[in-house]
Design a protein around this ligand. Structure first.
Ligand code: GLU
Length: 449
């Protein structure tokens, strides 16, 4: 990475000092500050009025206790978080993550990324993120319901359709959003559909929201390939993860005619040379909520299941990391490059380490950061908010069509911005600058608040 200017280096040092022990947050901030080198050189006014310092400091951070009862009557406590990062462009918007690794630093990095991602969608949404260190793995439906109700008992006073609109993320899908919406409705005595997105279709959800993040990531990869007059048809692909993002990225890649041969979960990965059987994967992951080893057991011959291995060892031309932060390291990137990878688009938030990104960029692999490539999820959440506000319900085709247009626009904005700032093909720089400029312009107009 290039050296930061003295001014940006001082901001970086202060962010690190003030948020000690939060390495993921530092990583996310450092990447944006490096991109801002070029912005401040061209437009010094963006460094005025402590604008960059303000953008790195969340507007509000809420931490609360979440007590809940398991099925045997034992009491447990977890910690709940909501970081309301930036509301210059609209109400705070961003998912809720339930995973044992959640802490304030993780939620802060996600909220920071979300602020720029949401700006890139062009929709009127600010950035926020929430979650808990609760582990949903192995919990019964009733335990999940009681946890969600307890979580919302505290969170409800901080959110609202004009204030802060949470959605899902790792460990939070349609089931959890339903329980949280039910609790919010009861606590407030209001049917405020636009307070949460990712809702079920029976109570105000949007068609295509479930598919949106994965579909959008695959579309972004396709647009990147098109800049080299290339496509995804017949390409060998790997998608890490096997949750909501991964499943629908696989679905769209298959629709484009690509061959997805591997996916993973936290216990290992499968390689299916004939192409992943998506119906079976959906049944195992979405319905039965089982481990990926079940895929190999049921699909049988020709499928390998590698316990605890790295999915990045599999040879491919297209790689979509769709699992979690920092899941793809420098050594994995080198392996992928050696094996001939052409395009990498992040379906998860910050899945590639800075070293991995450097390897891809130096090797001229097309690389898209999550804040651009996975923005289709939150963009479709904003479409859900539009439908809720107008008491309307769009068709799948209309919603998915809008998503396609949005992904193309994000791609083109990032590419054009990178070019304007003298780094054609650098989607990291393009995304960071295009997102920053939108948030910064609104913040400058709103004064020091
Ligand atoms: N958690 C998703 C993300 O990382 C979606 C957020 C939303 O829809 O608000 O963008």
């Amino acid at each position: 990475m290039p050296q930061l200017t003295e001014r940006l280096a001082a901001i970086q040092a202060e962010v690190h000092r003030r948020n000690a022990g939060e390495p993921e947050f530092h990583q996310a901030v450092d990447e944006v500050l490096h991109s801002l080198n070029r912005v401040v050189a061209k437009h010094p006014e963006y460094a005025d009025m402590a604008l960059i310092e303000r953008i790195c400091e969340p507007e509000r951070q809420i931490i609360f206790r979440v007590p809940w009862l398991d099925d045997k009557g034992n009491v447990h406590i977890n910690r709940g978080f909501r970081v309301q990062f930036n509301s210059a462009l609209g109400p705070y918007k961003g998912g809720i993550r339930f995973h044992p690794s959640v802490n304030v630093g993780i939620i802060k990095f996600l909220g920071f990324e979300q602020t720029f991602k949401n700006a890139l969608t062009g929709m009127p949404i600010g950035g926020g993120k929430g979650g808990s260190d609760f582990d949903p793995k192995g919990k019964s439906d009733l335990e999940i319901m009681r946890f969600c109700q307890s979580f919302m008992t505290e969170l409800h006073r901080h959110i609202g359709e004009y204030t802060d609109v949470p959605a899902g993320d790792i460990g939070v899908g349609g089931r959890e959003i339903g329980y949280m919406f039910g609790a919010y409705k009861r606590l407030t005595n209001k049917y405020e559909a636009g307070v949460l997105t990712g809702k079920g279709l029976s109570y105000g959800g949007s068609r295509a929201r479930t598919e949106a993040t994965g579909y959008g990531t695959a579309a972004f990869a396709r647009h990147m390939m098109e800049t080299r007059k290339d496509g995804l048809e017949g390409r060998k692909c790997i998608v890490s993860g096997s949750g909501n993002v991964a499943i629908y990225a696989i679905e769209k890649l298959q629709e484009y005619g690509a061959k997805v041969i591997a996916c993973s979960d936290s216990s290992g990965y499968v390689v299916d040379k004939d192409g992943i059987d998506l119906d079976l994967l959906k049944e195992i992951k979405e319905v039965r909520r089982e481990r990926l080893s079940a895929y190999q057991e049921e699909r049988g011959k020709g499928v390998q299941y590698i316990k605890d291995g790295s999915v990045w060892d599999v040879e491919c031309e297209v790689a979509l990391p769709c699992a979690t932060q920092n899941e793809l390291h420098g050594k994995d990137a080198k392996k992928l490059v050696k094996n001939g990878v052409k395009v990498v688009a992040e379906g998860a938030n910050m899945p590639c380490t800075p070293e991995a990104i450097e390897v891809f960029q130096e090797s001229k692999v097309l690389f898209a950061p999550g804040k651009a490539a996975n923005a289709g999820g939150v963009a479709t959440s904003a479409l859900e908010m539009q439908q809720n506000a107008s008491r309307d319900s769009w068709t799948f085709e209309k919603t998915a069509g809008r998503l396609d247009e949005i992904m193309k626009t994000i791609h083109d904005d990032c590419a054009a911005t990178a070019e304007d700032y003298g780094a054609p093909g650098d989607y990291v720089l393009g995304a960071n600058i295009a997102g920053f400029v939108r948030v910064a312009d609104a913040m400058r107009a709103l004064g020091v608040v």
